[in-house]
Design a protein around this ligand. Structure first.
Ligand SMILES: [Zn+2]
Length: 242
């Protein structure tokens, strides 16, 4: 069987048979890949804990007819050890992993940008330099933007009129001017819209200066935007403290 190497983040694992697992990966070069890790649930497994969710690994895989098989795994960054110790980091990080899996809709469709975004997001989450919910919101907006759903927080999402605008509607792609406004649009604080733009751009000084009520309102709008564009709520979203 032909072998290949790649670098990946472990997104999810599930049991297969007596001792194996299917590992869902976001790889650097091959996009989303599902592969079998044989014997990984045995205490004597040579993989140890290297194939746990969040781990950044260097892999060797053997191509299979249906699923590839992981033949070697080396830890590059043990993100799970930093993220798994803190409940807020863990729940926010889990939403990141689920989102990464959902935005990589097609298996084996490479997206280097999504991979780098996830690695960067997990690194920020594991250092604890920023709050988990700020790291998460920034990651979600950027990941959706890379996937082709870039929200507009300044120009009207419908007619392009220069802002600032008062209305926000996830289904319309962002803010709306008074003319384009549709029923059911939210009217967030002006500061919240500035904050959302900063989260998307990674403008951390603006994010750090934001008031808690605006951060909270922004998180709600990010969640609404994500849910609309991924078409169904993420299971883990309910557990993130807001
Ligand atoms: Zn408009």
């Amino acid at each position: 069987m032909p072998l290949y190497r790649d670098e990946a983040i472990v997104l999810r694992t599930h049991k297969l048979g007596e001792a194996d697992r299917i590992i869902t990966l976001l790889t650097r070069h091959h996009g989303r890949v599902r592969a079998v890790a044989k014997g990984v649930r045995r205490t004597t497994s040579r993989f140890g804990s290297r194939l746990e969710p969040f781990t950044h690994v260097d892999l060797q895989l053997a191509e299979g007819r249906n699923l590839d098989t992981i033949t070697q795994a080396e830890t590059l960054t043990p993100f799970h050890s930093e993220i798994g110790l803190d409940y807020d980091r863990y729940t926010a990080g889990t939403v990141m992993l689920e989102t990464a899996e959902r935005v990589a809709a097609e298996e084996r469709e490479p997206s280097l940008q999504q991979f780098l975004l996830l690695v960067g997001g997990l690194r920020a989450m594991s250092t604890g330099q920023r709050t988990p919910s700020q790291v998460l919101d920034s990651y979600l907006l950027r990941s959706l933007a890379v996937a082709g759903y870039a929200p507009s927080f300044e120009h009207c999402a419908r007619c392009g009129l220069e802002g600032p605008h008062r209305w926000f509607n996830p289904s319309m792609g962002g803010v709306l001017c008074a003319t384009c406004r549709v029923p059911g649009s939210a009217s967030p604080a002006a500061e919240t819209l500035v904050l959302l733009g900063a989260l998307l751009a990674g403008d951390w000084p603006v994010v750090e200066a934001a008031e808690p009520r605006h951060l909270k309102e922004a998180s709600g709008l990010v969640a609404a935007y994500l849910q609309w564009h991924l078409e169904r709520a993420l299971r883990s979203m309910a557990y993130v403290e807001r």
